[in-house]
Every structure is written in C-alpha cells, then in structure tokens.
Design a binder for this molecule. Structure first.
Ligand SMILES: Nc1ncnc2c1ncn2[C@@H]1O[C@H](COP(=O)(O)OP(=O)(O)OP(=O)(O)O)[C@@H](O)[C@H]1O
Length: 299
C-alpha cells in the first residue's frame, strides 16, 4: 500500500532563504505524526507543498502516490491552515452542511458534528463561538469530506489547555477511523502526548525522526551534574560526554552513556553533589535545534 505522504529531497527557496532544504520523509497510512520545530524551521513551507499550494524547487512530493493537487482534488486530503476566517452570521450547522455539499461523499452531518463535539452547538452562530469551539468548526470543515489524511498547521497554537484537550479528543476520534493525521506544533509536550511519531525539523531538514522515546534515546541527553573545584575542561573528555556547560563550580555533562560517565567521575574522585537527570523531550529538542555541534552532527 502506498504511503499517505512522501517527500523526497524537497527544497524550496524564497529569495535568499532556503525554507526547506533537502527534506525527505514518508508517512504510512493511519499514523498521527507531529512535525516539530522552532519558528522558521520550514514546517509551514513543507505543509504548503504537500497540500499542492506551491510546487517545490526540486525534489518530489506525493500524497497516496499521486500529485498533491490531484489528491486534494479527489478529496483524499483535508487541511486546516494556520489561520483562516470562517464565514460568520451563519450557524454551525448551516456552515458545515454548506461545506459538506461541496464533497462527493461527505460524512453525514450528525456524525461530523459528533466527531467535532459540536452537536450541542449546532444552532449557535459561528461568530458567537469561543476560540476553541471555532477551532473545532475549522477541524470539522477539514474532515467534512471524510478525507484519508488531514494536515493541520499548528492547530492548537492559540488555544488554552482545556480547548486543546477538546480538540485533541476530536482528532483522536478521527484517527480511530484509521485516518492519517499530520500536524505541526511548537509544543513538545503535545508532540510527545499525541503523536505516534515525531519528526523534528530544523533549518529546512529532518533533524530527528522517530517515536518520542526513540528521539530521547537518539540524542541521549541524560545529564550528569557535579560540583568541581578548579579547572573543568577535562570533564568534557570523559566517556559518554557529548557536551558540557559550566556555571560557577557546577558542571553539567550531557552524556550518551551516563553509567560510564559516572564511573569515570568516581574514579577521578569527582563526585561532589553528583546528580543524574534523565533525558526529557525538551532537552532533546533544544539539542537538536541548537546551533551547537550536536545539531550539526544531526543535520
Ligand atoms: N512566502 C515567503 N516569502 C519569503 N520567505 C518565506 C516565505 N515563507 C516562508 N519564508 C521563510 O522561510 C523560512 C521557513 O518558514 P516556515 O513558515 O516554513 O517555518 P515554520 O517552521 O512554519 O515557522 P513557524 O513555526 O514560525 O510557523 C523562514 O525563514 C521564513 O521567513
């Protein structure tokens, strides 16, 4: 079965900015995948190309083995752009039934309202909705044609915790139908919690790709902190240490093999206030998107 999404060595330049720089990734059907990256990493540009909004300068983009434009035209893809007004002065039901009529095989309206948790709001005017409710209307518009893939550019960016939770409950309902979800986010926690797989993008390329557990392992960002008196440079050469920060008399060692690092510290008698902190996704993300040596290694 062909992949839902496939990008092969895709580049896109705007003026002097290379927004996407040799991006290669595939997403099989039925997955929920997060595109995670800092501001300007190239997420929106990648999404724009895979929705067929503009072509890449080089490389190929395909959705279900076809040209993106074709896949979109055949109703296999639903999109929720970062912004985008919705018509006001109509009720939720009027808006969604209008959108549904533009598709050949739309979801039944009741089903659509239920999936987006809008049943109780169906007679509410769209301009009287809260931000979170309006976002669920946008989500309902994206899935009205019952697409196989939905692409959401920072769907929860402006939402509070509760509204985010509700939107995710709706999205999970859609994913349970075997559908593919690709969403971009700045929120590590959201990627960690919601996605089966996290693709970290930095400077237009894939910096890491895997489950959040794999990414944490890959960057091996366990930190070993220790108090040192005097010169600290030698700590950077201990087994497992990939990076080190020194603040006052405290050294923070990032280690890919914390056991070996701790043993070496013990052998050297440098165990004052030793503290081992396991990796978290925040650390992994910072490491992957920093301009330090690790980022270069992963680039
Ligand atoms: N139409 C455009 N014209 C000029 N530069 C652009 C255009 N679109 C994007 N860029 C630049 O390309 C780079 C990637 O931008 P993009 O919007 O894809 O990143 P992003 O990861 O989606 O960021 P954000 O999280 O802030 O939305 C940025 O440097 C941006 O300024």
């Amino acid at each position: 079965m062909e992949n839902a999404v496939s990008l092969a060595n895709v580049t896109k330049t705007f003026g002097a900015t290379r927004a996407v720089d040799g991006l290669t990734l595939t997403i099989p059907r039925g997955r929920t995948v997060a595109l995670l990256g800092p501001n300007g990493a190239g997420k929106s540009t990648a999404i724009g190309m895979l929705l067929g909004l503009f072509p890449p300068d080089s490389g190929t983009v395909s959705l279900f083995g076809r040209d993106p434009e074709q896949a979109v035209r055949h109703g296999r893809v639903g999109a929720m752009p970062q912004e985008g007004g919705i018509i006001t002065r109509v009720t939720v039901r009027e808006l969604l039934s209008f959108v549904s009529r533009t598709y050949r095989e739309p979801l039944p309206l009741d089903r659509l309202l239920a999936l987006a948790q809008l049943t109780g709001l169906r007679d509410r005017r769209v301009d009287r909705l809260s931000g979170g409710q309006a976002q669920r209307v946008r989500f309902a518009m994206a899935i009205a044609g019952d697409p196989e893939l939905i692409v959401l550019d920072e769907p929860t960016a402006a939402l509070d915790v509760e509204a985010r939770r509700e939107l995710w409950a709706s999205m999970r309902g859609f994913a349970e139908r075997g559908r593919t979800i690709l969403f971009s986010t700045h929120y590590l926690e959201e990627a960690d919690e919601q996605a089966d797989r996290v693709i970290v993008i930095n400077r237009g390329r894939v910096a890491a790709d895997g489950t959040s557990a794999e990414i944490k392992r890959e960057v091996a960002m366990t930190t070993v902190s220790v108090t040192v008196g005097g010169e600290a440079a030698w700590l950077g050469r201990l087994p497992g240490v990939t990076r080190m920060e020194v603040a006052g008399d405290r050294a923070r060692l990032h280690s890919s093999d914390p056991d070996a690092t701790v043993m070496a510290l013990a052998r050297a008698g440098a165990v004052r206030d030793i503290e081992v902190t396991p990796a978290d996704l925040e650390d992994a993300f910072v490491a992957l998107t920093a301009t330090g040596p690790l980022a270069k290694e992963n680039a």
